[in-house]
Design a protein around this ligand. Structure first.
Ligand code: HEM
Length: 409
């Protein structure tokens, strides 16, 4: 059923700045409703969302990256001309492709590969923080200075791409977010598609280079694991995985690091507690993932008729599962808007998803967050958010993180 009462608009500035007030109303009044504007059933309660994520057969992922603005003929022509050939491999794939690709991609994403990155991330973070501490003015935009590029630099280390490509990939990622999870006009869609084609071509050229000259990196591991056998992974699938990681692997972490820093620095006592005792950082990260995650919503489509939260939903219906709302469901978390790093069930959050599509990069995201927070609280123990600033967010349903945050110390 539709919900005129709530006029749910995920692209509205007020919602983007603070979606949690809307979630509280949805939990109380209409936890499952149909949004005519989106053409999606919107789900906000923890138990309902877990039910959706746990059952990949009933709730398929094939709509996960469908643009909300239908692809125009002009946009399709841009993709064709640019040889854009993204395949369904992970996020928007279902059985039988998803389990096969996921098995191989996960097999190559070994704990050793992640552990190997730790000293390099430590060095990268130290190198990035040093010029911040040395600034004569004790104020900086922490997004621009730290959280924007760093996660991309880390993912580049993982997949073996040259760091010179970071600015282009970061700019291209924003186009992908707006194209897929935003509501661009027809004209904007064509321009965004051109950016995506450029992005795709970079990924394809990079994979082709690694086929000829394998190195000690994750992309070469996938090519070795393939061993020339398309039944394991085709080269098109490897290119699609790399193209996927060039968004999933950093846009998410940029948003989370930014949200975490804002949540801690708006209440300097939280920050000072971590500066005094950095052993509390892993628990704080779990609570921050719950309190203010960066991936707010995931999509599914029903393969059969279902009843969810008391609503009958026909087969073939689109579902928008509000992960950020699940994390704030008072039926699951006591006083969900309170930051409490000692809460025993913080790790119940759904910020990395649940079930078949559970985030492959969760260990890397946690590692990055630990290193960044530990070094930053030590370097700037007196930091706080500068007053009088309005934080802006990219208008889209799923990826959330302020685009600029001035901090002082
Ligand atoms: C704080 C940072 C991150 C957050 C909040 C996050 C969140 C998520 C969520 C919610 C999903 C599930 C999607 C679904 O169920 O449809 C997911 C999947 C995924 N994530 Fe992450 N992620 C983060 C970091 C990363 C990193 C660093 C990487 C790569 C190294 C990564 C790679 C992936 C991939 C490949 C998938 C798709 C898995 C599949 O469909 O089987 N993520 N992530």
């Amino acid at each position: 059923m539709t919900c005129p009462m709530h006029a749910f608009d995920p692209f509205d500035k007020g919602y983007l700045a603070d979606p949690y007030a809307v979630y509280a109303r949805l939990h109380a009044d209409q936890p499952v409703f149909f949004s005519e504007e989106l053409g999606y059933w919107v789900v906000s309660r923890y138990d309902d969302i877990k039910q959706v994520l746990r059952d990949a057969q009933t709730y398929a992922s094939r709509n996960a990256t469908d643009p909300f603005t239908p692809v125009s003929a002009e946009t399709a022509a841009v993709f064709r001309a640019g040889g854009y050939a993204m395949q369904r491999v992970l996020l928007n794939a279902d059985a039988p492709v998803h389990p096969r690709v996921r098995r191989n991609v996960a097999a190559a994403f070994t704990p050793q590969r992640v552990a190997q990155l730790a000293p390099r991330i430590e060095a990268l973070v130290a190198r990035t923080i040093a010029p911040i501490i040395a600034l004569p003015v004790r104020e900086v935009d922490i997004v621009q200075a730290l959280t924007y590029a760093l996660p991309a630099e880390v993912i580049f280390l993982l997949i073996g791409m040259d760091a010179d490509d970071v600015p282009a990939i970061k700019a291209g990622s924003e186009s992908r977010v707006v194209f897929t999870w935003g509501k661009p006009t027809g004209e904007q869609q064509v321009a965004l598609a051109q950016d995506m084609v450029d992005f795709w071509q970079r990924a394809a050229a990079f994979v082709a280079k690694r086929v000829d000259e394998p190195r000690d990196d994750y992309t070469s591991d996938l090519i070795r694991l393939r061993n020339g056998d398309d039944a394991v992974l085709s080269l098109g699938e490897i290119t699609s995985v790399v193209f996927g990681l060039l968004l999933a692997g950093h846009e998410t972490t940029t948003g989370f690091l930014t949200n975490a820093i804002v949540q801690l620095l708006r209440h300097p006592a939280r920050w000072q507690a971590l500066a005094a005792d950095p052993t509390g950082i892993p628990a704080a990260i779990e609570e921050l993932l719950r309190l203010d995650t960066s991936v707010m919503a995931m999509r599914r489509v029903t393969t059969v008729d279902v009843t969810l939260g008391g609503q009958h939903i026909a087969a073939g219906s689109n579902i928008l599962a509000l992960i950020g709302a699940a994390n704030h469901d008072p039926a699951h978390f006591v006083e969900p808007s309170v930051y409490d790093p000692t809460r025993s069930d913080a790790r119940d959050h759904l910020s990395f998803g649940y079930g078949a599509h559970y985030c492959i990069g969760a260990p890397l995201a946690r590692l990055e967050a630990q290193i960044v927070l530990r070094q930053l609280v030590q370097a700037l123990p007196t930091a706080h958010v500068a007053p009088d600033q309005t934080m802006e967010y990219l208008p889209n349903t799923s990826f959330r993180g302020a685009r600029s945050v001035r901090i002082r110390w």
